[in-house]
Design a protein around this ligand. Structure first.
Ligand code: AMP
Length: 174
């Protein structure tokens, strides 16, 4: 028979609090890695076009640099918009055979969601998922200082996970 002080667990009782390694955010964002950290490895190259450039010039650059989006900047380097391959594909469907001579500013997205070097990668991933885009320009003090993609964030996290797995193996093996 159970001792009289024993209380049988009831439905809804919280037995133990989650440990750090059990929470979703800790699983996704171990180490709270920042955009600045990712840029250290990737570099801060920014490929850009001017609003008055043609889509022909933009697609050549997308092809040469093997990228999916370009920052649109003015002469001073200020961010005016973003032009993604998706914008071009959509326009090609709307204006077949007439897209390449059009100007970038007719296709670009003007309301650009940006981030700063101090933002956490997990928050950037959420922003991209919610906004349904795969690129985020990095801006600090009104100056464009990088571009990160969903692929960059996912690859970075995968490498972190591999490293963490290796550390755990070493702890177990001794
Ligand atoms: P993407 O998935 O990044 O190739 O872009 C999909 C659509 O979102 C295109 O219309 C882009 O112009 C737009 N877009 C891409 N990145 C951003 C961003 N950071 N902020 C706002 N719109 C964006």
């Amino acid at each position: 028979m159970a001792p009289s002080s024993y209380q049988a667990p009831m439905r809804g009782d919280k037995t133990k609090p989650d440990t750090q390694s059990q929470t979703t955010s800790s699983n996704l964002a171990q180490g709270q890695t920042t955009v600045a950290k990712l840029l250290e490895g990737k570099g801060d190259a920014i490929y850009s076009v001017r609003p008055s450039d043609t889509i022909h010039e933009a697609v050549n650059q997308l092809k040469e640099k093997r990228i999916g989006a370009l920052a649109v900047t003015d002469e001073a380097g200020t961010l005016m918009g973003i032009l993604s391959e998706r914008d071009i594909v959509r326009r090609m469907a709307d204006t077949p055979g007439q897209t390449l001579p059009q100007q970038v500013d007719a296709l670009m997205t003007r309301e650009v969601v940006t981030c700063t070097p101090d933002d956490y990668l997990i928050d950037i991933l959420k922003r991209m998922t919610e906004g349904r885009f795969r690129h985020i320009p990095v801006v600090q003090n009104d100056r464009l200082c990088g571009m990160i993609t969903v692929g960059d964030v996912v690859n970075y996290r995968l490498r972190e996970l591999e490293y963490e797995a290796l550390q755990m193996k070493q702890m177990i093996v001794g």
